[in-house]
Design a protein around this ligand. Structure first.
Ligand code: GLN
Length: 279
């Protein structure tokens, strides 16, 4: 079968499975198997795809057809221009989360210590360390599966040992004080999870999504407890859901934070809340 025919078949298989972006996904999966790029479909559509490649391709199509997110099937996702390994133990890094990284980078100075709570794939902390000088970081997560992925990503993307990981329920096992605390905690209200698309609710880790009854469980705990772990003048950055700006700013204000800011994402929705510790 030719490259073009394989692609056409892939497209059909995914469309029949009800995948919206069947064309894009069929192409990306085929490129992954054959080590090709976008141009190959146009320029080399008549090249032969080996039987082995065919089988491997069909296998990935089948997995994608089960509504497993494309990124888990490929095993990688780009974030901040870096390629992160992902699997079902970690939330897939979202483009919106780049806003948090960009905001934190604005005020990040050489040699600072950063604490990342609910680190998942490690995408936030690893990016902050990659794009700064001489900073160090501690990434915390409750999930051992997630920490294993984060460790692999750090090994691949950071050149020296600037980073440590710790299995801990938020601050429980954390020692020391930090210049910055960053977190993209689970923030979806429990009863909303059922309404999410199958890729998310059936395949992404529930533990990384569920923010309790009102979605604010982790923001409450972190703002209440962070006083012991954040240096005076240090800054806290949260990613938030589109409708949580007011509630989360309120929590920061109640805890004694100042210079509280709500930053929007490229879709014009509230996405990040930050504040300076002044208590
Ligand atoms: N910090 C990780 C991310 O932003 C994981 C977040 C989470 O598990 N809620 O992708």
């Amino acid at each position: 079968m030719t490259y073009k025919e394989s692609y056409e078949r892939g497209k059909r298989v995914l469309a029949e499975a009800g995948i919206d972006e069947s064309e894009l996904d069929a192409r990306l999966l085929l490129e992954h198997i054959c080590g090709t790029c976008r141009n190959d479909l146009l320029a080399h559509g008549d090249r032969e795809v080996s039987r082995q490649e065919q089988e491997a391709y069909l296998n990935l199509l089948e997995r994608r057809g089960e509504r497993i997110p494309l990124q888990y099937v490929l095993g990688v996702q780009d974030f901040m221009g870096l390629e992160f390994k992902v699997n079902e133990n970690v939330l897939i890094p979202r483009q919106d989360t780049e806003i948090l990284v960009e905001e934190a980078l604005r005020e990040l100075h050489d040699g600072m210590d950063i604490l990342d709570l609910c680190t998942g794939s490690g995408c936030i902390l690893i990016s902050l360390l990659r794009y700064s000088n001489d900073c160090t970081g501690l990434g915390v997560d409750l999930s051992e599966g997630a920490l294993a992925v984060a460790e692999e990503n750090a090994e691949k993307l950071l050149s020296d040992r600037q980073i440590r990981f710790l299995k801990s329920d938020l601050f429980e096992g954390v020692n020391g004080v930090y210049d910055r605390i960053v977190s993209n905690p689970p923030y979806i209200p429990s009863n909303v999870i059922e309404t999410l698309m199958p890729e998310v609710k059936e395949h992404e880790p529930l533990q990384a999504l569920d923010g309790g009854g009102d979605g604010l469980y982790f923001y409450r705990k972190i703002t209440e407890q962070c006083g012991n772990y954040l240096k005076p003048g240090g800054m806290l950055y949260f990613e938030i859901g589109y409708d949580q700006g007011e509630a989360v700013s309120g929590l920061l204000s109640k805890a004694g934070f100042r210079e509280i800011r709500v930053v929007k994402d490229y879709g014009g929705l509230d996405r990040v809340v930050s504040g300076v510790r002044s208590f």
